[in-house]
Design a protein around this ligand. Sequence first.
Ligand code: ZN
Ligand code: ZN
Length: 567
Amino acid sequence: MLETTHALDGDPLGSESLPVEVTFLGGLEEVGMNATLMSCGEQRVLVDCGAGFPDPAYAPGAQQTHPSFESLRKAGETLTGIVLTHGHEDHIGAVAQLLEWLEGPIYGTAFTISLVASKLSERGFRPEFHIVQPGKRYMIGAFCFEWVLVPHSIPGACALVIDTPQGRIVHAGDLKMDLSAPNHKGGGVFSRFGALGEEGVDLLLLESTNVYVRGFAPSEAGLVESFEKLFAQAKGRIFLVTFASHVERMSLAIQAARKTGRKVVMAGSGIERSLQIARELGYLHLLEREIVSIEEAQKLAPERVLVLATGSQGEPMATMARLARDEMPPLRILSGDTIFWSARWVPGNENVISYIQDQLLSRGAEILDPPLYNVHVSGHGFRGDLQLAIKLLRPRALVPIHGQQRFLLEHRKLAIETGMAQEDVLVCRNGERLRLFERRVERAGFAEWEMLYRGHPAAPPLGVDILRQRRHLARDGLLVVSSVLNQKGALVGDMLIECLGVSASPSQLYEEWPALLVDAFEQIPLTLRSNLDAVSQSLKRALRQHLRNQEISPQVLVILQQLRNTD
Ligand SMILES: [Zn+2]
Ligand SMILES: [Zn+2]
């Protein structure tokens, strides 16, 4: 299913005189939805295609957001390439949705492509895949791409060097400048960035996630000792809660388990799939005999068990939420269990995580949370990392990406502190377009841009009107009025009222409100009653007015039917 593409030699730049355009389709007003279009004439390459995470108060029931790809399709039904930096949801989570609009071959490192391929095959998409080797160069349309491995929190995470007909762009992906990261010994990223800085970088896109945190992001390697110590101290089972894709973190826990005589339980299909891919690609050393099923683990002494689990952000169907609700009896949380909460609490999820932790604590578990316990480090660089990346790459122009506007604005201040000129740091918005011509970057207006919401990744998008209705329903509930008219326009039977999410007494439902509706109906002239829409509107208006006087304002739906002539 997976193809390996060959690196190409030769000069990528040719003698094109067309400008290169860089259009930001997402990720500049949120953490999520990372997607940047690079185009040159007819050649269009999309770098990353991530999902966003909607605010449940604004979009009840929505699981993800992504930019609309309608404007891309208007310009042609295929993309020259879809190029991925790494396999996190905020970078790959909307690839399937993109493919609903238009097609294109997908490029990325082996771990990234394996994750994407497995997600896409579930949806029935089988695009052309190309697995790339970091350090080699690949021609994709008018662009030449090189993937540079960077320390982050998922295998195969890369920055991209993009040689275009008009100059060199570096998209740094998500990264921290971590010299001792377990899979980056030797600091390849430092030497490659340094060399790129020597050669000249015309535009750098650099993430902003931790721009408010001083210093350097601690190394993943710093957790080794801490895990070993905490594992040795734990008396019962250990649960390690992290993202399913965080192979390095799970690998550290597996090493500590090995040293302290624990077997490994993979709780959940996401973790099983991710570790399976990691083992196949050589990112993880885990022997069959070190793995036990949930059922086998029940027969082991508690101090012989490590459970790898998801749900660090309170996701309702993930293992930790299910354990909090006591929905997984074979893994039921017991007194003596220690839970390593090996992830940060992503802003916006605090209430739900706090609730789940309370439930787990009430079942007798102990929870080790960062930063009080050394069980997590960020995969995103702090201020020091960002400054170091800028110093090494020495870009002529910088666009901060990957964050809300305040993060990008703070990043601009930091870049100026680092020595960049104010006019060379461009804070952009979603939909904004830059033009690169003869190695100079300038603003070039806005593309047609819209954000879409999905109730489920495979469900049709939810429009603005639907979200407004959902908020109204969630806040105020629904009243449904139904009745039947005969041919002459008289009521047959009663006005029936059903309510959902509205506090109403039987006398209101069966007497007061129906009577009011019958009154309103009788005031409508007979000649107008054949227009059922107009009758519905009048009834709705009358009931709403009455309810407003009682300080309630539900959605009102009126369903009228007229009997056909049956004689
Ligand atoms: Zn990431
Ligand atoms: Zn990201």
